[in-house]
Design a protein around this ligand. Structure first.
Ligand SMILES: C[S@@+](CC[C@H](N)C(=O)[O-])C[C@H]1O[C@@H](n2cnc3c(N)ncnc32)[C@H](O)[C@@H]1O
Length: 881
């Protein structure tokens, strides 16, 4: 048994490019450490093992580097593993193999930072070949497109180029050798859509003919456990050790700061892109795992100057920030002596100041009647502290603002901001005579001027849907106070503003805090390490506003259109036009019932045969598949890597690509046919059934993929082919990867019909999808019972997914999670092939472009597929002439 498990572990590691040689010793150690508890090792696709191996490798490299300078402090063989970095396994498992080309994410980043300036030309030629099969089609029908969609139509998959499929995976071989079909779809396939528009035609509700409201969009994903894509280097990106796990209760040692589980990434690691969010599975860690992050101060010889941010951290004694690169506690403890960490006299102009002024003037209003100064408490236990050169400080903070807070204004000047702050303070102060009498002003109550600041967004302050500004949560009364000292109270005399942040050593109070207190405070700061807003604790910045900007409420957060609803951030870029944003919509990560849709979610309805209450841990690691595998023929649909199994995926894809009539269910009285026209058929689809709340397994069970949400890096972008906004991946995705679920309002057909009647008909894009995958098992479904999802007003990132005829990069698979009857289910998208970073993610809506009677005209298809069904129609039209 052990041998078998070991072989499986070795295989799993091989799949991510780790040799058996590297696996075995680490595996042995882990087994010892875990008391041979295999399930802990197998969990999350051997995440712990992968982490330990990578950690070992890192340490080896580190040690090699350091061996000449100093003896290494820690190795896996010596002291027991203290921390295993929780590398983003998604990267390992999702990228599948090291042979993936490096995603050109830098360009996406760049595009994000400078949205409209230039268009990224990201891919290598081979890569590009794969993507750019979209030649705009010039002979398609003109006019407005309004038609729902549904998958099918058959064609060749000739755009799979062997040279591009170099994963060494037999699945690919299969993909390449599978017979190419180019038959034309017979039979109705999925014609449903919005027949709801009263006319005689039936229209399948599979997503989209264009019919309702203008587009908006959204999305999300999953496993990105606190890691990041490395940009700027030629090496394949690899998750950085943004998080670590103590296998045993960590010992807090001097200089080692334990940080709460969440927010461990330093903002600057995010590169402005898909910053991983807080760890959603933290609760699932076995109790002995204590995720922590540690910031290691610079190693001996390294000065803070090398990195302005690091320098700033040092100069403010802010040891709490984690940079995500630094690994082990033992290293930390050796290097954590602050005196050594920050050397003065560096190229960053640290100035030795022999005197120790108690305050540090930064800026003043034009007449000098208001001043901003930082008060530095010399008694705070840092005798080595030297007042740094102001220019260097300003430069460091400006750099930080530009990089970490995405202040896009290249001429951004902190000094100017400070001066404006003085001015505002003066203005606000003189508006209220009372306020000048106060010696202590809570800035949170007086910061109305921030409402006008365009910088508020750059610094994380958010507006709500009504356009109301609200202060960032991190900016509380205690965290930021504007002081005017007593001696400045009298009107007319110069005033000094003291910015008190959480940094105790900058406290005006001057009370020295003990080292343990500082540690606690630093811990608190660390919790904010990943929060750009946290900087507001010690600094408030505003700029005079362009009133036109103030009036326009930003309708999307381009750094995360999900507004924090997903586990990963989903950025939005426009590299091609001046159309700034997609139209507004509400981002929801899960389906919500609009009004009458009846979705019966109740534990009582889930029988023993529909759950696995006796399971524990990961159902996929059990030798006998549990009850939850029953619906998929006694075998789980997912592999241990979290991908949909080859066979299952092949069958799902072929259903769409070869939608024979026998694969359809034909209603006697189809709810979609409002005028008793014959049913056009509903594809009877294969379902995945996931474990759920009534199951005994953990949330990290391998049979829970879709319910964990988006895990890959996605981006909404404006397509250049005229399809509007689209969705693309920022990382390589192996075949069978879960990308996202289609989320929207759950409507009955009646409701959708009424909604469509109310629509103006001028909408550019439509977003309804019919949930008809299991209609075959329902006896005579009534109109008001048939359900669909409409992402027009409320939806997730899937609403941006464009259509591609036949060879789309994704296929939708119905997934049963909380309701056993399949009347309601989740519609999840999985990749149909290996998809490279920056490729567009598409699915075949199943639109019947030949259906000229459809009340809603199909959009003119610009999918660029060689099997474009709209293209053929146009060809025929041409030849008839
Ligand atoms: C679900 S939306 C997709 C996102 C949409 N592009 C947007 O900007 O919001 C469906 C709409 O996108 C457009 N669309 C999708 N695929 C297309 C294609 N292959 N060619 C042209 N337009 C397409 C159509 O207007 C369609 O109604």
């Amino acid at each position: 048994m052990t041998r078998e498990k070991a072989a499986m572990a070795v295989n799993a590691m091989k799949a991510i490019g780790v040799s058996e040689q590297s696996v075995t010793p680490v595996l042995k150690k882990l087994l010892k450490l875990y008391d041979k508890n295999w399930s802990l090792i197998e969990d999350e696709n051997y995440r712990v093992l992968a982490d330990a191996i990578f950690e070992c490798q890192d340490i080896e490299v580190e040690q090699e580097k350091k061996s000449k300078e100093a003896p290494s402090h820690e190795e896996l063989d010596g002291p027991p593993l203290k921390r295993l970095r929780l590398r983003k396994q998604g990267e390992a498992s999702l990228s599948g193999a090291t042979s993936f080309s490096k995603p050109n994410v830098e360009e996406a980043n760049h595009a994000l930072s400078y949205p409209c300036k230039e268009r990224a030309e990201p891919l290598s030629s081979s890569h590009r070949g794969r993507i750019d099969e979209h030649e705009p089609i010039s002979f398609c029908e003109k006019g407005k497109q309004k038609q729902p969609v549904s998958p099918h139509v058959l064609c060749s998959r000739d755009n799979m180029e062997p040279s591009q499929l170099h994963f060494g995976d037999k699945r690919l071989d299969h993909e390449l050798t599978s017979p190419q079909t180019c038959s034309r779809g017979k039979g109705p396939i999925f014609s449903s859509q919005t027949s709801l528009r009263q006319e005689t035609e039936h229209q399948s509700l599979a997503p989209f003919r264009d019919s309702t409201v203008e587009s908006n969009a959204v999305l999300s994903q999953s496993h990105l456990r606190a890691e990041e894509m490395e940009t700027g280097s030629g090496t394949a990106h690899r998750a950085k050790g943004s998080r670590r796990v103590c296998l045993k209760e960590p010992k807090v040692e001097p200089g080692i700061l334990l940080v709460p589980k969440q927010k461990m990434l330093h903002p600057r690691e995010n590169n402005g892109l898909m910053s991983p969010k807080t760890e959603p599975f933290a609760d699932d860690y076995p109790p002995f795992e204590v995720p922590i992050a540690v910031m290691r101060p610079p190693s001996p010889g390294q000065t803070c100057n090398e990195d302005p941010v690091q320098k700033e951290a040092c100069s403010t004694e802010n040891y709490g920030e984690t940079n995500g690169h630094e690994p082990l506690a033992s290293e930390d403890k050796h290097d954590s002596v602050p005196d050594r960490a920050c050397e003065t006299g560096s190229s960053l102009e640290l100035t030795n100041v022999t005197e120790t002024p108690t305050s540090f003037e930064i800026a003043s209003s034009p007449l000098g009647d208001v001043k901003i100064s930082l008060s530095c408490n010399q008694a705070s236990g840092r005798p080595d502290f030297q007042i740094p050169n102001l220019d260097a400080v300003l430069k460091a903070v400006e750099d930080k603002c530009l990089r970490s807070h995405k202040v896009l204004e290249p001429n951004f000047s902190l000094m100017k901001v400070m001066q404006e702050m003085c001015q505002c303070f003066l203005e606000l102060g003189t508006e209220s005579t009372n306020s000048t009498q106060e010696s202590f002003v809570h800035i949170t109550s007086d910061l109305n001027f921030l409402k006008k600041s365009s910088l508020r967004n750059a610094f994380g302050a958010k507006g709500d849907h009504q356009g109301n500004f609200r202060m960032p949560e991190s900016l509380s009364a205690e965290s930021l106070n504007l002081h005017s000292s007593d001696k400045l109270v009298s009107p007319g005399s110069p005033k000094t503003l003291l910015l008190n942040g959480p940094d105790s050593h900058l406290n005006e109070s001057g009370s020295g805090s003990s080292s343990s207190e500082r540690n606690t405070e630093a811990n608190e700061r660390n919790t904010e390490a990943n929060d750009p807003n946290s900087n507001l604790r010690s600094l408030v910045i505003f700029q005079p506003q362009d009133s036109t900007v103030d009036e326009v409420r930003p309708i999307h957060d381009v750094y995360d259109i999900s507004k924090g609803e997903e586990r990963v951030s989903i950025s939005l870029v426009n590299e091609v036009s001046s159309e700034l944003y997609p139209p507004s919509f509400f981002y929801i990560p899960r389906n919500l019932s609009y009004q009458s849709a009846y979705v019966n979610v109740s534990l009582a309805r889930i029988g023993d045969e529909d759950c696995c209450s006796n399971c524990f841990g990961n159902c996929l690691s059990s030798s006998i598949p549990c009850a939850c595998a029953r619906e998929t023929g006694g075998e789980f649909a997912y592999t241990v890597e979290g991908l949909v199994k080859e066979k299952f995926l092949d069958e799902c894809i072929s259903m769409y690509r070869d939608p024979r009539p026998e694969r359809h269910y034909y209603c006697k009285k189809c709810p979609l046919e409002r005028f008793n026209d014959p049913c056009k058929g509903h594809l009877v689809r294969k379902f995945i059934k996931e474990c759920w709340s009534k199951c005994g397994c953990s949330k990290r069970c391998g049979n829970r993929v879709v319910q964990r949400g988006i895990a890959c890096s996605l981006q909404v972008f404006l397509t250049s082919e005229g399809k509007g906004w689209g969705l693309r991946t920022l990382q390589d995705l192996p075949r069978g990867t879960f990308v996202c679920e289609y989320v929207g309002e759950i409507l009955t057909n009646t409701e959708l019909y009424e909604r469509n009647l109310r629509s103006t008909g001028n909408e550019k894009h439509t977003y309804p999808v019919l949930l008809d995958a299991d209609w075959g098992s329902e006896s005579s479904l009534k109109d008001e019972e048939a359900l669909c999802l409409d992402a027009t007003y409320y939806g997730n990132v899937a609403r941006f997914i464009n259509h591609r005829c036949y060879d789309a990069t994704m296929v939708e698979i119905p997934v049963e999670v909380e309701t056993p009857d399949r009347h309601y289910y989740h519609l999840a998208f999985f990749t149909t092939r290996d998809v490279y970073a920056l490729e567009e993610l598409t699915w075949d809506y199943g639109i019947d472009f030949k259906d000229h009677k459809h009340p809603v005209k199909a959009f003119r298809c610009f999918c660029g597929s060689k099997c474009c069904r709209d293209m053929k129609r146009s060809n025929r039209t041409k030849s008839k002439r």
